[in-house]
Design a protein. Structure first.
Length: 429
């Protein structure tokens, strides 16, 4: 029954989708054993197989590796580089970036009249930031947002930078509000500092006023509906407190996972969900639960050893009959039964019969509207696109999905290679 469903499924979707699977490369890297050349879409050889590596042509030129070094070649296979380089990278607006193995900076070049013309060394780059205060004034401690470090401890200070009227050099006038006493100190919110002391976190004000006792293993801020709150962990349990340190969710949960407008929580081995105010939505009654579909507010849940899919009101979208659930993408659920992993459609029918060791997501860059999957069986990888009815059986060590040129890079025992949308292999082991 499963095979019949799968065969009937393909032609219906084929007529509904438009996709040109034609190759968009005139020169395709072609591997013969351990050497590379270039061929056309019909596998006719255009540049002899003689390179250790071969990249795609871009603007009429490609980077290859030969005799241990990188070269730039044209479509006739002629070298534009007079000597090998350790690396060659095309940079839009700059030309080709040429690296020697011992160089500290690349040389840039452009192709002019079929020849590679160096442009000289690029100007010295500007520093990402001003020199550190510590380097300018060896006796001063580096400052970041008022937090400073001295003797391995952290404190907090504020001050003014006053330029010397004669030299223009900045002179600092500091107010030391918290002496260097904490193992770590972070600015977490307005007038709130996260302080670590004795392996526990708490919160203090900029004048060292105690705001929250230093007794937490974790404190981190989270945003709920535009307001700030804190996710905390104390004595191995999780909870949420407001920015004024009022309890939003009691510190009693084994796990709290924040997913958009929902909170997934677990206590005593039971899972459920809460809204952003900490109010229960789905009761704590499931063996496991995770947020599956943010757009539809669906959750994968396990109960009685079986997995199903429910919405935020516990209405079932898929019955509790699966041994595992991974993703829902497009109109397909990746699910597992006793035979292995397969794909289930929106009608709870097997669109791809179960029997795979694993199924993951893949890409069709030339048709991003398609849903694509990576198949794994017996340590071999393949590809499946249900909307186009395209199946490449698992026979590769790796499969990297289809690029915009409608070629997919794969790995075999003999090395890497490329496979077309129609399954044509541009390599020979």
């Amino acid at each position: 029954m499963r095979n019949t469903l799968a065969l009937l499924f393909f032609p219906l979707l084929l007529t509904a989708q438009r996709f040109d699977p034609g190759l968009r490369e005139a020169f395709i890297p072609y591997r013969l054993q351990d050497k590379w050349g270039y061929c056309g879409p019909d596998k006719s050889l255009r540049i002899p197989v003689r390179y250790e590596e071969a990249g795609f042509f871009r603007g009429g030129y490609a980077v290859v590796k030969q005799e241990g070094g990188r070269h730039l070649i044209d479509t006739a296979g002629g070298r534009l580089t007079g000597r090998p380089y350790s690396r060659i990278v095309f940079r839009e607006g700059l030309g080709y970036e040429l690296w020697d193995s011992a160089a500290v900076a690349p040389v840039y070049a452009i192709v002019t009249e079929g020849r590679l013309q160096p442009l000289g060394l690029p100007p010295e780059p500007l520093p990402d930031s001003l020199p550190a205060e510590e380097a300018a004034r060896p006796l001063a401690a580096p400052v970041l947002n008022g937090v400073y470090r001295e003797g391995g401890k952290y404190g907090f200070r504020s001050g003014r930078a006053i330029p010397d009227p004669r030299t223009g050099e900045l002179q600092y006038d500091w107010d030391f509000l918290i002496p260097p006493k904490y193992d770590s100190l972070l600015v977490l919110g307005p007038n709130q500092l996260l302080a670590l002391e004795g392996g526990k976190w708490g919160m203090v004000g900029p004048d060292d006023e105690l705001l929250l006792e230093k007794e937490y293993e974790h404190i981190g801020w989270v945003a709920f509906w535009g307001s700030r709150a804190y996710l905390v962990k104390r004595a191995g349990k999780w909870g949420i407190i407001s920015r004024t340190f009022q309890p939003l969710m009691p510190i009693q949960y084994d796990t709290l996972v924040l997913e958009g407008q929902f909170i997934i929580g677990a206590a005593g081995g039971r899972w459920g969900t809460f809204n952003s105010y900490g109010q229960p939505i789905i009761p704590l009654q499931y063996d496991s639960l995770f947020y599956l579909f943010p757009r539809f507010k669906w959750f994968a849940a396990r109960k009685g050893g079986l997995w199903g899919v429910i919405d935020e009101k516990e209405k079932p979208a898929f019955p509790f009959q699966y041994l595992g659930i991974k993703h829902f993408t497009g109109d397909f659920l990746i699910a597992r039964d006793s035979l292995g992993w397969g794909l289930v459609d929106a009608k709870n029918q097997w669109a791809l019969p179960a029997g795979y060791d694993d199924i993951g997501l893949s890409v069709v860059a030339g048709a991003p509207q398609f849903t694509a999957f990576l198949l794994d069986k017996g340590g071999r990888k393949g590809f499946y696109c249900p909307e186009a009815g395209k199946m490449i059986p698992p026979r590769y060590l790796a499969f990297h999905g289809f690029d915009t040129n409608n070629l997919a890079r794969v790995e075999t025992e003999g090395g890497p290679g490329y496979v077309s949308w129609d399954g044509v292999e541009y390599f020979e082991d």
